[in-house]
Design a protein. Sequence first.
Length: 554
Amino acid sequence: MSSSRTDVTMEQREVDVVVMGSGGGGLLAALTAARAGARVALVEKASTIGGTTAVSGGVIWVPCNHRMAEAGVTDSREQALTYMTRIADGRVPTALLERYLDVAPEMARFVEAETEVQFTAMPHYPDYHPEFPGGSQGGRSLDNGLFDTTTLGAWQSKLRKNPITGRMPITIPEAMGWGVFWNPFGAPYQEVSARAKAGVVHGGAGLCGKLLKALLAAGVEPMLDTPGERLVVQSGRVVGLDVLHQGVPMQLRARRGVILASGGFEWNEAYRKAFLPLELTHPVSPPQNTGDGLRMAMSVGAELGNMGEAWWTPAVALPDETYDGAPLYRSEFSVRCLPHSLLVNRRGQRFTNESHNYNDMTKPYFHHDPVAYDRPNVPGFLIVDQQYLDKYVLITAVKGRPLPDWLVVADTLAALAEKLGVDPAGLAATVERFNGFARSGVDLDFRRGESAFDRFYGDPRQLEQGGNPSLGTLEKAPFYAVRLHPGAMGTKGGPKTDEHGRVLRAEGGVVEGLYAVGNAAASMMGPGYPGAGATIGASMTFGYLAAKHAVGRA
């Protein structure tokens, strides 16, 4: 029995491994298979390479990695397993956690050996919950450095760039050293601008560029503008993938396996409404992530998991910004973490720790009021005062320049509340209480600034006066506000997989010949987010494993 097209005129190509998706997991899966001698076809729905990885920070999270010693950091498998078990909240088999911890360091070494990537451990970049048992104050997150895209030749223009930070290529170690989060004018911007003009990129674009360069050198040219249509199944085994290659139907026969690495379903309205705990209206990933891999996995009876979870982040929507023909939504990582800022709901009340990691601080948006039968925390309103704007940059609002039209401004808190549709009495009471916390340096409501990660994006200058780097009063007019929506960098639910990345059947056993990695699979992180780069780290680790297993399969 076959679930493919029956058009006998369709062009067919036969390879060993078909990979669908060109993010970090897909690129590394293709490279791993090619280096093992397999013939590989990599298909990408978009007209550019890199997927969600390319617009990310490009960091990978790897406990016990080989670069830690250079940074003066020690780690242990036992500590990492204790930490990951807590983060996964009992929803992930221990065998998958152990598999990740055992193979991720090997994967990182493979990437360095086969590409231009040279990772750098960041000793002062803490895990997202460093205070948990087994958590680390730094060293597990690896930066991949800069990349000269001119070395890609004709493929240079086909590498996806970050639409917001792509014009300012700065590595994360540089950003930390220059203090750009709290000292926005501290970077050598002329030098950085010159890099961009010379074709240099950073972060996820840099990582994908280096993987792409190695893949091209291995003889694999990705097929762009080639969405996957359906799996080809014979006698219960996946043996290929039907695609539309630049609008023309084609069947790719896969002797050894099909690897789904096509991202999540955050841009699929029907899937969002069916699976997520609230209507996700502000995904921050490329709009091609419409759940194609999920649809295919369901079509062959895959067992699903983690479907209500995503890599959550607060998001900002600025007027008229678009990306690949869809609205552009900006992840908000740092401005909410600085002093003289707080986040409130329509009642004027705080509802989360503003400085906490983006995944977990977004979850209180889900709260449902059973009496009003609504979600009072959607949207949230980030409020700052003139002290903030005197010191920092608020997205695109910069001191000394005309204020952007999207910024809500008022001379009093009451007037600001009226413009926002926020309860003025509630806001006044919240700011009064918050200012007391700011002066004492202790947030009794949400413990803001207590975790080392909270302080990571704070202003360290306040430590010199014995203050909390995450807290500051709101008392100097005028006052400013911007809406913060619950967004996501990608969904993290999909087919469950085993320790090789093989898709599991709902009725037991595996779907022979089918693998899923990254956001196209049920995340082995469960509801949690252990540290910067956990998304890409898991995707690349299981992409590496899936390719090795597929190529080694008889």
